[in-house]
Design a protein around this ligand. Structure first.
Ligand SMILES: Nc1ncnc2c1ncn2[C@@H]1O[C@H](COP(=O)(O)OP(=O)(O)O)[C@@H](O)[C@H]1O
Ligand SMILES: [Mg+2]
Length: 255
């Protein structure tokens, strides 16, 4: 397994609003992500997960350390790094088709190839029939699928997802987890996933990094080796699944 992303000794402080106090969020944090794996950062709210993701995406500056994608230092946002947030940030005045098309403007491809590519992602994300709808006419889950399509069509080397399903009800959430697993297998994506949901983390991940509170540190790396495609029906009654869940729960409870 080759690491595609290396996070090396990153440190980060925030200045507390209106004061000179500094909040020490990250203290020389290091970890790696292997190509083709789904890796999850699991930790409670406020433990620094989004900060880590925003640094990797090139949105946040750091006080020390570095992040490397395929050996190249990340200094700013780039289309090699796709980002999906909890709230799908779609262009409300554009249709589903136009939203997915948006990032392709900067790529020099002919109209026919562009159209084929857009339809490929419309189909993959199960949006067929909705291409002329506007975001306000779609459910939250569908909006999130458009946001994912819009990013994946640019073939990023890594996809960063910050609690992407947290706003969905449990039924839609389970469907999205299955769809994401399908995409990851089909497109051989490398994904850094953030959640505070334990079952979601175990279901989706190849590796889970369990984080402790500020300044954030990794307290454990858990390897999840269930075969893919995984199904909740199989895992829920599985003894190993229950053991992993209980072990991680104990860890998080002591934090
Ligand atoms: N822009 C900011 N300015 C000051 N403090 C921030 C800022 N962003 C996040 N924080 C603080 O940093 C800590 C980590 O936040 P965050 O990375 O959003 O955690 P998580 O995503 O795990 O909930 C929290 O205490 C939060 O209040
Ligand atoms: Mg967050």
């Amino acid at each position: 397994m080759k690491p595609i992303l290396k996070i090396e000794n990153i440190s980060k402080y925030y200045t507390k609003h209106g004061t000179k106090d500094r909040l020490h969020v990250l203290d020389q944090l290091s970890f790696e992500i292997n190509e083709g794996e789904i890796v999850t950062l699991l930790g409670s709210s406020g433990c620094g997960k989004s900060t880590i993701l925003n640094i990797i995406a090139g949105f946040e500056k750091i006080e020390g350390g570095a992040v490397y994608l395929k050996g190249e230092k990340i200094q700013q946002p780039s289309s090699s790094i796709g980002v999906v947030f909890q709230n799908p940030t779609l262009f409300e005045w554009m249709t589903v088709y136009e939203n997915i098309q948006f990032g392709l403007k900067y790529k020099k491809i002919d109209k026919k190839t562009e159209r084929e590519s857009i339809y490929e992602y419309i189909n993959l994300l199960e949006l067929k029939g909705f291409e002329n709808f506007y975001p306000s006419q779609l459910s939250g889950g569908m909006q999130q699928r458009v946001a994912i399509a819009r990013v994946l069509i640019l073939s990023p080397q890594i996809l960063l997802m910050d609690e992407p399903f947290a706003a969905l009800d449990s039924f839609r959430r389970a469907k999205m987890q299955l769809l994401l697993q399908h995409l990851a297998i089909q497109l051989k994506c490398t994904i850094l996933f953030i959640t505070h949901d334990l079952e979601e983390a175990i279901f989706l991940s190849d590796q889970i990094y369990i984080l402790k509170d500020l300044p954030t540190q990794i307290i454990q790396k858990v390897n999840i080796s269930f075969e893919r495609p995984r199904r909740y029906e199989d895992l829920c009654g599985d003894l190993e699944f229950m053991n992993i869940k209980s072990e991680i729960f104990q860890q998080l409870r002591h934090e």
